[in-house]
Design a protein around this ligand. Structure first.
Ligand code: SF4
Ligand code: MSK
Length: 631
């Protein structure tokens, strides 16, 4: 017997999503929402974080419930709920930190391949930025060739991954007060791989059996992600592919065109997707597409590799995390080409329901049933041409009767790197600081992260952003929140009409939207750096600033790592739903309260976007008063 299906109107706020959800049902395609229903109710022990599978004396589960007769208070080894929850949370953070940071390492490898002359098609596109970073890293630049400088930058960045350093390089960007605090707490991130490995070590049976101590190392591990792994990914991608500048683009499923060959790029690392775009822009490929009856080739983005190409190349965005399956359901996608992270394995099955080719490109992220192209910097240009060729050939197999494009695209503005923000301000932060001091902009909140089918798609992302801008709080968006902001009209200067009077006037004067798009998930490092720049300019710590962060619809280990490095950097952080820690009062209390005493910021969990906006607003008021400003 088929289970009762959810009402599509409760699943997403967007018409393009709803149309495709209806089509998916008609076409017999299963989606994440269907599978969530099949998985509900979830295991309560796992939800609370009180299961442990760290050894084979177990698995163990902890319950304080009377119905268990008090017999489930400790695992076989004697670990209690606090220890188990903290260990699980630590490993969750290690997973997220590893994801961002390994991405960063892959970018170093691509730059190294350029230095060694074995990466045809790649080049240093922003030499000025390379030299700026080199100077920060203590690499000599004067009179040296760009490739020589890059070779030393590559070495310096690799050194952040090992265990020979006492602090990662970009710690030089952190305000002095914060560095001292980390030193005192012994959580200065020393090396990316070191902190991740130590997290795995500490959580082995019989190691770190003190929940607060485990939580502190989780913070150190996350800081290694934010101030090294992710930051390196962002900075070196700018060097290789260009530092983003403001530009216009479009978003929603309407960017998939009925009359073009459509290629969707999905994942995170632009090292592959930049080459796909390059090949798709080749006149020879466009000519081939025309021979097959198309008017051209469209490359559109999903998730963060989409954000990377949107920021630098202005490609259109087809959708965010929960739109990935639905984009294929349009029936008009010839190829989905993926690198890694956040790619639902189900996409292989969804692609199989249409003429869509699903192509994986990374040895570390293979999908059973996918077509594999083994991309590396040496062969990427050639492989990308083969992928585009495959898309062009697939176009003739498209069944027009099964095609439905459910929307007209909306305009968005993108490309707000810190460099671009500074340029828009005339080269100095002063106009922005003056606006903050005057209360024209009361503060900033980074609204970042994912979708999660447990929350009505994009309802919390959009609800929170709209509520914040109304309060004259400027929003900085990254990751999957971006497409939500764009579809809601918040990523164009006209979106300022939804803002309070102060923010409205600032946006009007500068011709910018009330929500600025700063990039992909790793680009949250840009927000960290911006906070550090502002704190340094004011001579205060990041925790003194009228800023906050939020991930209203997060789902991933990486999002948790981002949240924890934000908190450990002094940024009050809202989450729309809790991590699996509620089985330990001690760990929950540390996350929600204790961290405030230790690092000057904490998490707050609330599933109501209006209330979350009020909480962030109250924090900004308090911090403004602390700086002697009108609340
Ligand atoms: Fe059970 Fe302890 Fe082994 Fe975890 S480490 S599975 S709690 S015995
Ligand atoms: S892709 S981590 S769903 S933002 Fe960066 Fe989107 Fe979240 Fe993945």
């Amino acid at each position: 017997m088929e289970s009762k299906k959810r009402d599509i109107n409760d699943m997403s706020i967007w018409d393009d999503a709803k149309s495709m959800l209806a089509k998916a049902r008609a076409d017999g395609v299963e989606t994440a929402w269907d599978r969530l229903d099949q998985q509900t109710p979830h295991c309560r022990f796992c939800e609370l974080g009180t299961t442990c599978r760290n050894c084979v004396m177990g698995p163990c589960r902890i319950s304080a419930k009377a119905e268990h007769g008090g017999k489930l208070s400790r695992g076989v080894c004697g670990a209690d709920a606090d220890v188990i929850v903290a260990r699980n949370f630590g490993r969750f953070i290690a997973g997220g930190s590893a994801g961002h940071s390994d991405h960063g390492r892959d970018v170093i490898e691509a730059l190294e391949a350029v230095v060694e002359g074995r990466a045809p098609g790649y080049q240093i596109r922003d030499e000025a930025k390379l030299r700026r970073i080199a100077a920060e890293l203590g690499v000599a630049t004067e009179g040296r060739d760009a490739l020589d400088v890059a070779a030393d930058v590559v070495d310096a960045c690799y050194s952040d991954f090992g265990s020979r350093r006492k602090a990662v390089n970009f710690l030089s960007r952190v305000p002095a007060k914060r560095r001292e605090l980390w030193e005192k707490l012994d959580i200065t991130p020393r090396g990316v791989d070191r902190e991740i490995a130590e997290m795995m070590h500490r959580t082995h049976m019989g190691c770190d059996n003190d929940a607060p101590n485990t939580m502190l190392h989780a913070a150190r591990c996350a800081l290694a992600d934010g101030w090294a792994g992710s930051m390196i990914a962002t900075e070196l991608c700018d060097v290789l592919f260009g530092t983003p500048k403001p530009k216009m683009s479009t978003a929603n499923l309407g960017v998939i065109k009925k009359d073009t060959v459509n290629i969707l790029v999905h994942g995170h690392n632009p090292v592959v997707s930049e080459m796909i775009l390059d090949a798709a822009r080749d006149p020879e490929m466009i000519e081939l597409a025309k021979k097959n009856g198309a008017t051209g080739i469209t490359v559109a983005g999903l998730c963060c590799t989409g954000n990377e190409l949107l920021m630098r190349q202005g490609i259109p965005m087809a959708g965010n995390h929960l739109m990935t399956e639905l984009a294929i359901v349009t029936g008009a996608v010839e190829v989905v080409v993926v690198d890694y992270q956040c790619i639902m394995p189900s996409l292989v099955q969804v692609a199989g329901c249409y003429h869509t080719r699903f192509i994986d490109t990374a040895a570390k992220a293979r999908f059973t049933g996918a077509i594999h192209f083994n991309f590396h910097p040496e062969n990427a240009r050639e492989e990308a041409r083969k992928v585009v060729r495959m898309a062009v050939d697939a176009f003739v197999e498209r069944d027009p009767k099964r095609v439905e494009i459910p929307a007209e695209p909306v305009s968005i503005m993108t490309g707000f790197s810190n460099e671009a923000i500074l340029e828009a301000l005339g080269g100095s932060l002063d106009p922005l600081l003056d606006a903050v001091k005057a209360g024209t902009v009361r503060g900033f909140v980074g609204v970042v992260g994912c979708n999660n089918p447990k929350i009505k798609h994009d309802s919390a992302n959009v609800g929170l952003m709209k509520a914040l801008v109304k309060k004259d709080i400027m929003v900085l968006a990254t990751g999957c929140v971006t497409t939500a902001a764009g579809k809601a009209g918040l990523l164009v200067p006209e979106g300022a009409s939804m803002a309070g009077p102060g923010l409205q006037s600032l946006c009007g004067a500068l011709g910018i939207p009330p929500v600025l798009h700063l990039g992909s998930c790793v680009d949250n490092a840009r927000i960290l750096q911006l906070c550090a720049l502002i704190a340094n300019a004011l001579g205060v710590d990041i925790s003194d600033l009228p800023v906050g962060a939020s991930s209203p619809e997060w789902y991933s280990e990486k999002a948790a790592a981002i949240g924890l490095y934000a908190v450990a950097s002094g940024i009050y952080t809202h989450l729309g739903l809790p991590p699996n820690i509620l089985g330990s009062e001690k760990v929950t209390d540390i996350a929600l309260n204790g961290l405030e005493q230790i690092v000057g910021a904490s998490f707050v969990v609330n599933d109501d976007p209006e209330k979350a906006a009020d909480l962030l607003d109250a924090r900004i008021r308090q911090k403004r008063q602390g700086l002697g400003l009108q609340p």
